[in-house]
Every structure is written in C-alpha cells, then in structure tokens.
Design a protein. Structure first.
Length: 229
C-alpha cells in the first residue's frame, strides 16, 4: 500500500463524540481521559478513532478490536507477527496527522505560530544544518523531519536530535545521516500542508510523490480505504 496521509482538524462536533468513542477500546479511552486538557483529549480521541476506523476495512475486523501494542520506546504498532500495514500518528495545535502505508513510516506535524526560542537551533541542529536555518519555518521543517525519522525508527527521543543530520533542507527531500543504523539512510521530506503548520513524512526508501489529504471529522463515518490504495 502506498503511503496515505490525512490531516484532520479539531474541535470535534459533539454529535460525533459517541461514534468516535465506539471506535476505540476501553483501555485507550481510559488513557485519553487521564489527559489533563480537554483539547488534548479531543486530539487524542480523534487520532485514535480515525486511525482505527481507516484501518478496520483493510484488516477485516471491527475498529475497536484491532490488536495493537507499543514498542519499548512507545511507538504503537499492530500486534501481529508480520504486519502488512504500518501507521504513524501525530498531533499539534488543532490538527491531527495520520499516515498509513505498507512499510514502516513516521509522520510529524507541528503548529508553527509560536516563535522559536533563539537557543533551540543550536541545541537541536548540527553545524552543517545551521547553514540553511534562516527562519523559524526552516527550524520547524527540520524539527518535523527529525521527529518523523525518530518515529519511523521507533526510537522516539531516546536518540537526541543532534544524533542525526539531514543532508539538505527537508523541504527539498533529504537523507538522514546518523551513527545509529536504524536511522542512517532514511529518507524524509517536509512541507507546509496549510498556513500555520509544518509536517513531514519519513520512509526507509526514496519517497514517492505524496500529498496530505484533508479529512473533516464529519466525513469519517463514511470514509473507507481500499486494500489496493
């Protein structure tokens, strides 16, 4: 399956909440309920409900029955011996980003309205990267790209952002260089899906032509992915 990326917005329509809750197992609902901010609860519920709803027809089971587990550093995966589907999810601001593919992938989205602290580029970037960090948007592109790579590899921030280098601006598409074999040679690309947000996709192979599809929450109950997508 070629990568499919979907961006969904909050706030959630109140009429849709029961349907979303029905897509998610009770254990996940309990974790969502423990989040302190209502906005974070809505983002997390939207991410998990949309992901399960889109995966269900591909796996031939009910959304809430899809078996999932977490890898040691927290990456959620299908709890199957040799899964043929892979996914990644991210949320920031008022947007959720989902990625589904036939190979391991990582996606990340960041709201870009907050000015970047002047100290952050030096803390998160290597000298070769600083040459093309000319604006806050450049830094958000770099951060999204590195986050997407760390998610693809399943390491999260157990590996620091200065332990991988992008060989050029990620808006142009780039390769990852790292002493960590799980990261070295990954391919990543970032873009601006809409004003106020940066997003990135990471795959092990050279990225195909890809786009981010916007999906309104109200459309979800009628949305389906075909196995030949």
């Amino acid at each position: 399956m070629s990568p499919r990326l979907f961006m969904l917005p909050v706030p959630l329509p109140s009429s849709l909440l029961p349907w979303m809750q029905a897509q998610v197992p009770d254990s996940t609902l309990a974790r969502i309920a423990r989040l302190r901010r209502t906005a974070d609860q809505h983002l997390s519920l939207l991410a998990h409900a949309a992901l399960r709803h889109l995966l269900a027809p591909l796996l031939g089971c009910a959304a809430r029955d899809i078996p999932m587990r977490s890898l040691p550093h927290g990456k959620p995966v299908l709890d199957m011996a040799r899964p043929e589907l892979h996914f990644s999810l991210s949320h920031s601001g008022q947007r959720v980003l989902l990625g589904i593919a036939g190979q391991p992938l990582g996606v990340d989205i960041e709201a870009t309205h907050v000015p970047v602290d002047a100290a952050l580029p030096a803390l998160c970037s290597l000298p070769a990267e600083l040459h093309w960090l000319h604006s806050d948007l450049d830094f958000y592109a770099l951060w999204c790209a590195k986050e997407a790579a760390l998610k693809q590899a399943g390491t999260g921030l157990s590996i620091g952002p200065k332990e991988l280098m992008l060989d050029r601006h990620p808006n142009l598409g780039c390769s990852v260089q790292s002493p960590h074999s799980v990261l070295n040679g990954l391919h990543v690309c970032s873009r601006t899906p809409e004003p106020g947000y940066a997003a990135a996709l990471c795959l092990q192979q050279t990225l195909p032509v890809w786009c981010i599809e916007r999906l309104e929450p109200e459309q979800l109950p009628d949305s389906r992915l075909g196995s030949n997508a």
